[in-house]
Design a protein around this ligand. Structure first.
Ligand SMILES: Cc1cc2nc3c(=O)[nH]c(=O)nc-3n(C[C@H](O)[C@H](O)[C@H](O)COP(=O)(O)O)c2cc1C
Length: 351
């Protein structure tokens, strides 16, 4: 565990974009049993979820440390700035809300509330940069590009669906090995607050359009479901049009400071995406549900586990349960050498 997080929480998104972390150079990575995702033979089934890898420099830094599935952070069809600082805070997950904490326990991966506002560079910028990222990863590694649609005032669902497909096509043109559709983002077409993945019809329409537009594998990123039935129904509806499910995005929660005031300044920021160590029980339970449905033959799609994978043991546990890959977000920022320990343990197990 490093003392300073790879992403400076006290600096702007733009600053972090321009300062890929200077991570230790590793001469020789331990070689363990590899992995496989779609047609790709991988050095390992461990990777990084969408978020930490802001551009090709970040992708390169983490690829060198032995993360083999590299997800390029979510991009859009238009530039969108990040929300003002603070936009990421360490929290403790309490019953009524996530509460800001200053107590970072040394050696323990934290829990974070993320309120970045889903920023993106201009398409001209990211399309060139995805190409560079693809060139900088090595054999046995793959690049996933996460994309999201940008709803515009007064435009209908068709415009949003077309926007998702446009971004996916651009990502593929730029060299993405797979595309991830970020659907754990607010649904702009309903009065009741919900995410796009909770609007199964809209989610299926987006997926269908993308699936029939691009050739490489298409993944969907999902959040927490209200109940097991909703999870089953959604997975069943989306399965025909997706190659895999990535879950969970995080837990959508109210975030307050120690005095009970909103932790993030500005309108629409009362709730944020809570990620990191504390969400493992929720995230892994949901993945276990998905695995059970897959084992029962409901569908046969890849399952990529995300959410609270803060230790090698947690990653190993999920892989033993049957997931195709384990992806880390928060741990990549606070414990970048996790991939090396993960590979050491796997290599030792087969030696
Ligand atoms: C700093 C940061 C930025 C993130 N940005 C994105 C993003 O752009 N798109 C996305 O789908 N998820 C994003 N996420 C969510 C992660 O992909 C992941 O779902 C979440 O962090 C849960 O994994 P963890 O508990 O290992 O952190 C971000 C997470 C972090 C910590």
């Amino acid at each position: 565990m490093i003392r300073q997080a790879a992403w400076r929480l006290d600096r702007s998104y733009q600053w972090n974009y321009g300062h890929a972390p200077a991570l230790p150079r590793v001469r020789r990575l331990p070689v363990g049993p590899g992995g496989r995702l779609f047609d790709h033979a991988l050095n390992s089934p461990l990777g990084i979820a969408s978020g930490p890898l802001l551009n090709s420099k970040w992708v390169e830094a983490y690829a060198r440390l032995g993360y083999d599935i590299l997800t390029y952070a979510t991009v859009r069809s238009a530039y969108r700035p990040a929300r003002s600082l603070p936009n990421i805070r360490c929290v403790e997950n309490k019953e009524l809300a996530a509460v800001v904490t200053r107590r970072l326990r040394p050696g323990v991966c934290p829990t974070l509330a993320v309120s970045l506002g889903e920023p993106s560079t201009e398409p001209d910028v990211w399309r060139k940069d995805v190409r560079r990222a693809k060139e900088r990863i090595g054999p046995g590694q793959m690049l996933i590009v996460s994309v999201t649609g940008t709803p515009e005032p007064g435009r209908d669902a068709e415009a949003l669906i077309a926007d998702y497909a446009r971004c996916a096509a651009w990502a593929v043109e730029s060299g993405a090995d797979a595309v991830e559709l970020h659907l754990a983002t607010p649904d702009p077409f309903t009065e009741k607050p919900q995410m796009i993945y909770e609007n199964v019809l809209l989610a299926a329409q987006i997926l269908y359009r993308v699936r029939t537009t691009v050739a490489p594998p298409v993944l969907v990123k999902l959040g927490v479901f209200r109940n097991p039935r909703a999870l089953h129904e959604t997975a069943t509806k989306l399965a025909p049009w997706t190659n895999g499910f990535v879950l969970v995005h995080g837990v959508h929660r109210r975030v307050v400071d120690e005095r009970g005031n909103p932790a993030f300044e500005g309108s629409g920021r009362e709730y944020a995406n809570v990620v990191g160590a504390d969400i493992f029980p929720i995230a892994s339970r949901q993945m276990e549900e998905m695995l059970a449905w897959r084992r029962a033959g409901a569908w046969d799609r890849a399952l990529l586990a995300v959410g609270g994978i803060s230790t090698v043991e947690r990653a190993q546990y999920l892989l033993r349960e049957g997931v195709d890959a384990a992806l880390v977000g928060t741990a990549a920022l606070f414990d970048p050498l996790l991939a090396i320990r993960f590979r050491q343990i796997r290599a030792a197990a087969v030696a």
